[in-house]
Every structure is written in structure tokens, then in C-alpha cells.
Write a protein that binds this ligand. Structure first.
Ligand SMILES: N[C@@H](CCC(=O)N[C@@H](CS)C(=O)NCC(=O)O)C(=O)O
Length: 349
């Protein structure tokens, strides 16, 4: 066995639960199964013998079916303050090293601060990759123990009136992911911290940060269980991506920036509005032709529909776009169906 105990990682997280409960979640099989693998993975096999001298053997499975197993041996179990155990990946292609995990549990006014130190990595890259993995596990630990569920870790920063914020909220709602909505506008200090271009929405899952609505929803799609946000087959997924890209690249500019915002901010610049209406006419006609089935990329609503619906919601409010929408019966039928969904109703600005 190789030992190269020179690199380590440290992670701490405050969890809104009593210390005993948090400690027990580290040594109880039923609880460990629910959190001891990164988001998007499952634990098909786990055996735990929670005694000093005992240990556990855990297998994680990715969405693609790849399996990774690790064995651990308990060195110290001092409930509810401290836990020490070894950690070693087993199997071909895995780092053949025994590392050491120390977890300290401290009371913090009704919550518990968990501090994990994982030592013994032969290089910083391996330590960093474990840091990301454990960060994701800690998100799941918080989901499990915190009364807010996933909203303990998952936050969306944005303004309920923004179409992109609403798209992200609809995706989260369709997926059944609870989140905290941190109300803030483009360029506000909390957004600037997460978004280099100062737009909304921005997204946090514990230490993990993202910006760009389609990236946020791709993460949500893969990291959480729940109904898929994507169209159902290869062709429709590509078609869905095509419409998301077209909305981002062309339609948002004409429909939102140059049209809706003229009214919302009462600028009423006729030249800008008329230029936008000309572009929108072409865009809406292309969308209308695309509805060969109930929704943009299939018989079920999916990502492209959640990108379009908040924009159409505004287009319904102003005169030129009302006239254009009247020429789009298929689009409006799809929009009416979206408006019946809880994800639309619960994200009203
Ligand atoms: N491509 C970005 C676009 C985000 C975006 O443009 N958001 C608008 C609000 S709906 C915004 O922040 N606008 C402020 C600005 O343009 O300064 C995404 O997909 O999230």
C-alpha cells in the first residue's frame, strides 16, 4: 500500500439540526444511504459496522451506471463530538491509497457545525476532486437533516419579474426541487459575487455556483431526482436545444430587450418598438411553424417551453405583440397548457 500523506482538504458546514442527529447520520446505514454520495449518484450497496475496529463498505453509482466502491475502518467514535475513519477506494483505476477522515461536530445555537478534514492525498488535484465530491455530499446531508430540505443548500438569486429568473424557477418547480429565492436585481452585490456579467439569475448549491439559465437547469436536471426537464429522445433533445439557443440568441433581444422593456420601463420609443415588432413577426411565425406537436420539442412540455413561456406571458400584455400572437394558434394552445401547470402558477411575478 502506498502512503503519501502530504495533501489534505478541509470542509465545514453548519447544519440546522441537533448535534446527535448530525453525528448519527455519519454512522447509520439508512441515513448514510441518503447522503454519502455526490448529487446525481445513488448508493446501491452499503454495509455498516459502526464500532471501533469495524467499518463500512459503500458503493456509489453514477447516472451512467459507473460504480465506485470505498471501504472505511473506524478509528474513533466519540458521539456526538468526533469521528475518525480511514477511507480507501477499491477497484480498478481508483487511487490505491488509504486516507484518513476526521469529523468534528460542534454545537452552534441549535445548529451543528461539521468540520471534516480528509488527509493523506498524494497530490492536490486528488484532494481538490474529493473536496468537490464531499461538498456535494454535504449538500445532501443538509437536505436530509435541515427542515428546509434542498432549500438549505439550493438558492436562486434573481427577480421574480425577470423572464430568465422565471424560467429557472419553473425548471426547479417542474423538477420538484425546493430552493431559496434570494430576491435581487442585476448588478446587485450578491449577484455580482456569483455572476461575472451581473445578470440574473445566478445559482448556488452549497459551495457550487453557476450562472446562465440553461446551465443552471442542466445541473438541476442531472443533480436531482424527479421528472426530466429534457425532451424524451435524442432528436427532440437537440430540437429543444435549438429553440433554447434561438430564444437566447435572437428572440430575447427583440421580444424582451427591444419590445417588452420599452413598455415596462415606459420608454415607448416608437422606432425601437417598430424595429422589434418586425423581428418578432418573423420569430413568432417560425415558432408557430415549429408546433408540429403539442409543445416545442415533443408531446410533453420541456426546457424550451419553460424558456419561452415567461416571454409570451409578457407579450400577451402589449398591443403589437397581442396582434402577432393572434396569428399563432398553436403557440397559444401550448402556452395555455403551460399556464395550467403549477410551475407557472407558483412563479407569478
Ligand atoms: N444568458 C443569460 C441571460 C440573463 C439575462 O439577460 N437576464 C436579464 C433579466 S431577464 C438581466 O439580467 N438583465 C439585466 C441586464 O441586461 O443588465 C441567462 O441565460 O441567464
Amino acid at each position: 500500500m502506498n502512503r503519501a500523506p502530504s495533501f489534505e482538504l478541509q470542509l465545514s458546514r453548519e447544519i440546522r439540526a441537533p448535534r446527535e442527529r448530525v453525528f448519527d447520520a455519519f454512522v447509520t446505514e439508512a441515513a448514510m444511504r441518503q447522503w454519502m454520495c455526490p448529487r446525481g449518484m445513488t448508493i446501491p450497496a452499503l454495509e455498516v459496522d459502526a464500532r471501533v475496529g469495524g467499518g463500512f463498505r459503500l458503493t456509489m453509482r453514477s447516472r451512467d451506471g459507473d460504480q465506485f466502491s470505498a471501504v472505511a475502518a473506524y478509528r474513533e467514535i466519540a458521539r456526538p463530538e468526533r469521528l475518525v475513519y480511514t477511507w480507501q477506494w477499491v477497484g480498478e483505476g481508483m487511487p490505491n491509497i488509504e486516507t484518513l477522515i476526521t469529523v468534528a461536530f460542534a454545537e452552534r445555537g441549535g445548529a451543528t457545525e461539521v468540520r471534516m478534514t480528509h488527509t493523506g492525498f498524494p497530490d492536490q488535484g486528488l484532494a481538490d476532486s474529493h473536496q468537490e465530491g464531499w461538498g456535494s455530499c454535504f449538500n445532501r446531508l443538509a437536505d436530509l437533516l435541515d427542515p428546509r430540505g434542498t432549500a438549505a443548500s439550493v438558492a436562486l438569486l434573481g427577480d421574480a419579474r425577470s423572464t430568465y429568473t422565471r424560467t429557472a424557477r419553473m425548471g426547479l418547480a417542474e423538477k420538484g426541487v425546493k430552493y431559496a429565492l434570494e430576491s435581487c436585481g442585476p448588478g446587485s452585490p450578491p449577484v455580482a459575487e456569483l455572476h461575472p456579467f451581473d445578470r440574473i439569475p445566478a445559482f448556488r448549491d452549497g459551495d457550487m455556483r453557476l450562472f446562465e439559465t440553461s446551465a443552471i437547469l442542466r445541473y438541476v436536471e442531472e443533480a436531482f431526482p424527479g421528472p426530466s426537464l429534457l425532451p424524451q429522445n435524442i432528436r427532440d433533445r437537440a430540437l429543444g436545444e435549438q429553440w433554447v439557443s434561438a430564444i437566447n440568441s435572437y428572440m430575447y433581444d427583440a421580444m424582451v430587450r427591444r419590445y417588452i422593456l420599452q413598455y415596462v420601463f415606459r420608454k415607448n420609443d416608437r422606432a425601437v418598438i417598430e424595429g422589434a415588432v418586425k423581428d418578432m413577426e418573423k420569430q413568432l411565425a417560425a415558432l408557430e411553424r415549429a408546433y408540429t406537436r403539442s409543445f416545442l420539442a415533443g408531446q410533453q412540455p420541456a426546457l424550451p417551453d419553460y424558456f419561452l413561456a415567461p416571454i409570451v406571458g409578457y407579450l400577451e400584455m402589449f398591443p403589437e405583440s397581442q396582434a402577432l400572437l393572434a396569428r399563432c394558434p398553436k403557440l397559444m394552445r401550448a402556452h395555455a397548457a403551460i399556464k395550467e401547470r403549477p410551475s407557472w402558477k407558483e412563479t407569478q411575478p
